[in-house]
Every structure is written in C-alpha cells, then in structure tokens.
Design a protein around this ligand. Sequence first.
Ligand code: TXA
Ligand code: MG
Length: 349
Amino acid sequence: MQMNTKIIDMDENSIDINKMKSAADIIKKGGLVAFPTETVYGLGANALDEDAVKKIFLAKGRPQDNPLIVHVADFNIENFVEEVPDIARTLMNKFWPGPLTIILKKSKLIPDTTSAGLDSVGIRMPKNKIALNLIKLSGCPIAAPSANISGRPSPTVISRCIEDLDGKVDCIIGGDKSNVGVESTVIDCTADIPCVLRPGGVTLEMLQEVNKDIYIDPAVMGKSIGNIKPKAPGMKYKHYAPKAQVRIIMGQTEKTVEKINKMVQNYRGVKVGVMCTDETKEMYNCDEIISLGSRKDLASVAQNLFEVLRSFDDIGVDIVLSEAFEERGIGIAIMNRLKKSAAFDIIKI
Ligand code: TXA
Ligand code: MG
C-alpha cells in the first residue's frame, strides 16, 4: 500500500518542537517515523505496541525472526527488563547516550513481536538530539531497525531513507549525515561475561577497559565456524549489500593495488568499480574509483562506507573491488560490514 510520506527537515542544533510534536503524534498513533541517529538512520514505531511494530517488518521486508532494538531517552529502563546487572549499568553510564545496544532479559511489557520471540531485548540510548526528542515527546520507547529495505546498506543520510521508504512510512525526519556510519555495537549482558554480538561504534578495546574479559562472539567475523550460529539473529542474513557484487582483496598495499588493477583489466563486458583509500586512489586504472577516506582516519572510513556502497549502485557498477582494513578498533566493525556486503568473497594475496 502506497502512502503519503511526510518529509521533515530538521537541524539537530535548533530543533523545531512543533514539527517534532507532529512526528511524535504519529508514533503515539501507531505509525512509522524514520529518524536520524548518530550511527545510521532508524525506522521507528512504539516498541510497546505490537501492531505498530508489525508495520516496521512489513515496510522493510524484514524477516520476522530478527529482533528490533528498543531506543530509550532515559536511564530508567527497569520496566522493560527483568533486571539490570551491575556490568550493564556500568556500560550504560559509560557509553550512553551512544552507539551501544545492551541485551538484557526482557520484561512482559516488551511484546514478542519486538523481541522476535526471544526472551531478551536490546536497549540503546542514541546520541542524536532529534532521536532523543522524538522518544521523549512520544512518551514511549521506540523500536527501530536501520531505515533501509532489508538487506541493503543502512542509510546514513536522509536521501537514502527517502529512496528506500518513501510511500511506505508515515514520516521521515532528516538531520545531518550520521556521525558513526555503522550501526551500534550489540553486547549481550544476559550471561556473566558480556559478549559482543555485533561490532560497532563502541570498540572492543573501549569495552575491555571496563571489563577485560569482554569478548566478541566467535561466529561474528567468519562466514560460519563449524556449526556455531551467531547469537544476534540479524547477523546471519545477507546484509549491507549493494546491487553490485562486492569482492575484497586483502594483502599488503602495493600487492593489493597490483592485484586489483590486474582484475580490472581481466573483466570483460561488466562495469567494475574500485573502493579504495585516499592513500591509493591515484594508483588505479579504472573508470569508477571511490575513496572511503584516509587509512589514518578509520572513523571517517566507517562514516562513508554505506554511502559509498550505495553510490556504486547509482553509477550502475556490476562489480566492486575493495581494499581491506586492519581488524582493530573501529576497523573490526568496518570489516564485519564489508565482509557481509561481499558475502565473504575475500581474495587473500
Ligand atoms: O545503530 C543501530 O543499532 C541502529 C540505529 C537505528 O539505532 N539500529 C539497528 O537495528 O542497526 P537493526 O535492526 O538493523 O539491527 C539490530 C541487530 C540485529 O542484528 C539483531 O539481530 C540484533 O541487533 N538484536 C536485537 N535484539 C536482539 C536480542 N534480543 N538478542 C540478540 N540480538 C539482538
Ligand atoms: Mg539493519
């Protein structure tokens, strides 16, 4: 069903309260509102309203066994969870508002549709002022997955939300380009030792400063290790994929450039693009070259990643050959998304 989507432009630093109230009214009435967060744009509905949440799954074409993150604007989350263990409280105090989603045992208030039938729920307080305002004015926690059609790279600018969701949701609020660019870190705090289910803006190194035993779910980085399944249901799906086929070339810089140039030459009858870095962008012989930014600033590489993947689709490239990044700091999240977008097609040289 095609609907009339209201587009609201908003400046995070001078929020128009009346416009925000009109968006909050939509949430209150069980509608869908896409909004900016510091990680990526989210598609929100009242997390406590089963019918509203169902509409999110429909609009995105999202598999129903993939739980939604519940966004809050308040540290009092006791109503939504069975208990808040000390480690979770410490992590909240240190990283909220910010790109950290904490998984806890859910209370009865959280409908099964929101948690996709799991007995746990992921909760996060976003850092963006528009997002926080929307949650406060709505008077309820907001369930929000990334505001893309399922499987596509998450939107980090309003134009990509419009591209994916115009006519499918009630309202899209635009702000600036998302700061972090990759989704929040998801950490499971239901066990004694917290485990990272999805790497993101809060890095493993930052988490280990709080508790050195925090680790990353071994199923996260690899295609699949034996029969270990990822604990975050969303991590098993094809994800972050542009229409083009993505291939990662991993190795020492000069050899990578040489290999990619050779591959570009060998492809016939297909349009090839190279996804590279500022340090190497002059070294390629290819019509379509886009840099993700400098290797010295991996935060900006993370910020640009999804937008660059989508730009290759705009150009109509069939194959994207990408450089790889060191799996350290935010590089872990970058490589996690990149590997998924490439369906684990990695050429090691
Ligand atoms: O940065 C973000 O987290 C963005 C913005 C909008 O806040 N949201 C986001 O939501 O990325 P989504 O739905 O695209 O990804 C949620 C991820 C999925 O991999 C899902 O399986 C996992 O979190 N997840 C959510 N609740 C979970 C739970 N109770 N147990 C395990 N994994 C969970
Ligand atoms: Mg998503």
